[in-house]
Design a protein around this ligand. Structure first.
Ligand code: CU
Length: 443
């Protein structure tokens, strides 16, 4: 079957609404070999992987040019840009390929498809909420690439809202950094934005949406981006056989519900007006530069959101705390065997700090933000800051069942009820329990 960029069937290869999946290499199925991609591109363009000669390519080239020159002649100011593409008419299906990285004729890219969707996600039995999610998964698919790989991510927006992808901790050209109004226009509904960059430096990195971050990145457009080094010095020292990611999440499901309803209604209106060429940019808060924005506020033509009361009237007070999309007791256990080293990559996507404590073991803290620490530290409680990544190694020398949880105990609760939330169990798989509580939660 012929597949091309934007072909729905390709982006649906990875689909795992179940969440809480700790299996590594989840995104591998979505890897399209270069040959497949070239064939697909040929089907679209009759040529190379760059859509040369096609209408899409002409459009992409024009957009790239605009991006280089500052959007069709607008001058870039020294301020964080408030720019929006004035006169942009909604034509879903555009492919946007910004400059900044080599073309696919120069280097061989590993190609991934990823999209934004709205899903109904079950945090634990009886608690479901709609969320924005990459490929319909909470959290998004795990990327596993090797240091130095050239990576291409075709990001398609299948929602009525706008999104981007920021590659957190990856050192790349600024045009690929995914910050709306600063490095790119947000990706409009139906459009595909092509991110291309080299995977570096190695370590535990991650990715998240950067549009309306408190809502989008938190719920739940975030995922692990693991860059494996050639000779892993950590594996040499601690020969681990399993590699777990734990994305730490916090959700105020009332805020999510209110905000999503409000935003989606607003965006429907914006999209309709834009498609008709009738969007009043100032009314909707889009300006070509900082000066225009400042004048509009000072003249009273535009009331900025921070000058009004919140549309939803809802404060963000997280009431559900999760690991890989699930709150205890729905969290997936971490498996270990006696004599086995396991690696756990903690990634804090929550916007709060967490104090993760493991019972019955010390662990070795070896890396922060993807970078190996000059001195490894032996701990059993680690302070995890918002946005940070922390790698720890555990050795299986104390058979049993051991909780691993946020010691900020208010965050080990579900809707205020303890126990719950950010709590999981390290479970020995080669162990016959001598005693078990009469009431237990077993999955
Ligand atoms: Cu988003």
């Amino acid at each position: 079957m012929k597949k091309s960029v934007g072909d729905k069937s390709r982006s649906e290869i990875v689909y795992d609404v179940g969440g809480g999946n700790l299996d590594p290499h989840r995104v591998d199925d979505a890897v399209v070999s270069r040959r497949t991609f070239l064939r697909a591109a040929a089907a679209v363009t009759g040529g190379t992987a760059v859509a040369a000669g096609s209408a899409v390519a002409a459009q992409a080239a024009e957009m790239s040019k605009n991006m280089m020159s500052g959007h069709a002649g607008h001058n870039l100011s020294n301020y964080g840009s408030m720019m929006f593409m004035e006169g942009h008419a909604m034509k879903p299906g555009q492919m946007i390929e910004p400059p900044g990285s080599p073309s696919p004729t120069e280097v061989e890219y590993k190609v991934f498809d990823i999209d934004a969707r709205i899903v109904e996600h079950e945090i634990l039995p009886g608690v479901k909420t709609h969320m924005f999610a990459f490929n319909g998964q909470v959290p998004g698919p795990e990327f596993h690439v090797n240091e130095g790989d050239w990576v291409q991510v075709n990001f398609t927006n299948r929602t009525e809202e706008m999104h981007t992808i920021h590659w957190h901790g990856v050192i790349l050209p600024y045009t690929m950094d995914g910050v709306p109004m600063v490095t790119q226009d947000p990706v409009h509904p139906g459009d595909t934005f092509v991110y291309r960059f080299q995977a570096k430096p190695s370590g535990t990195r991650w990715y998240h949406c950067h549009w309306s971050t408190p809502l989008h990145a938190a719920s739940a457009m975030h995922g692990a981006f693991i860059i494996h080094p050639k000779d892993d010095p950590i594996k040499k020292k601690y020969p681990y056989t399993r590699d777990y990611v734990m994305m730490l999440e916090a959700w105020d499901i009332d805020f999510i519900r209110e905000e999503m309803n409000g935003l989606l209604e607003g965006m429907k209106e914006v999209n309709m007006l834009m498609s008709q060429g009738k969007l009043d940019y100032k009314t909707h808060g889009f300006f070509k530069d900082y000066k225009e924005f400042k004048q509009a506020v000072e003249s009273g033509d535009y009331v900025a959101p921070y000058l009004q009361s919140r549309s939803s009237g809802v404060e963000i007070k997280p009431n559900f705390f999760a690991i890989n999309g699930k709150s205890y007791p729905a969290t997936k256990r971490l498996g270990i065997k006696q004599g086995e080293w396991i690696r756990i990559r903690l990634i804090n996507a929550s916007g709060l700090s967490h104090h993760m404590h493991l019972h019955g073991h010390d662990f070795y803290w070896v890396a922060q933000d993807g970078n190996e620490l000059s001195e490894h530290r032996k701990l059993n409680t680690i302070h995890v800051e918002p946005g940070g990544t922390y790698d720890v190694l555990v050795y299986g020398d104390n058979p049993g069942f051991w909780t691993f949880h946020d010691h900020k105990t208010t965050q080990a609760r579900n809707n205020g009820i303890y126990p719950g939330g950010m709590l999981t169990v390290l479970a020995y798989e080669d162990f016959e329990p001598t005693y078990m509580p009469s009431v237990s939660v077993d999955q």
